[in-house]
Design a protein around this ligand. Structure first.
Ligand SMILES: [Zn+2]
Length: 68
């Protein structure tokens, strides 16, 4: 688990984050997401940690929506 590269928060730039999850009916984590500990932003919800990290990192690379 130590080789997962989590990018800084795409919203505030903090590198303080947690892996959050909701347990399913069987007691196993069913939904996971990365959550920023500084601004509270949440990444996309996925099934596995590699997926939520990939989605979080991808969010970083999306250009900001700036009104014209
Ligand atoms: Zn943040």
């Amino acid at each position: 688990m130590s080789n997962i590269d989590v990018k800084p928060c795409p919203f505030c730039g903090s590198d303080l984050y947690i892996f959050n999850w909701i347990d399913g009916p069987d007691g196993e984590p069913a939904i996971r997401w990365v959550e920023c500990m500084k601004c509270g932003s949440s990444g996309p919800e996925k099934d596995t940690i590699p997926e939520i990290v990939a989605a979080w990192n991808a969010a970083l690379r999306q250009p900001c929506e700036v009104p014209a």
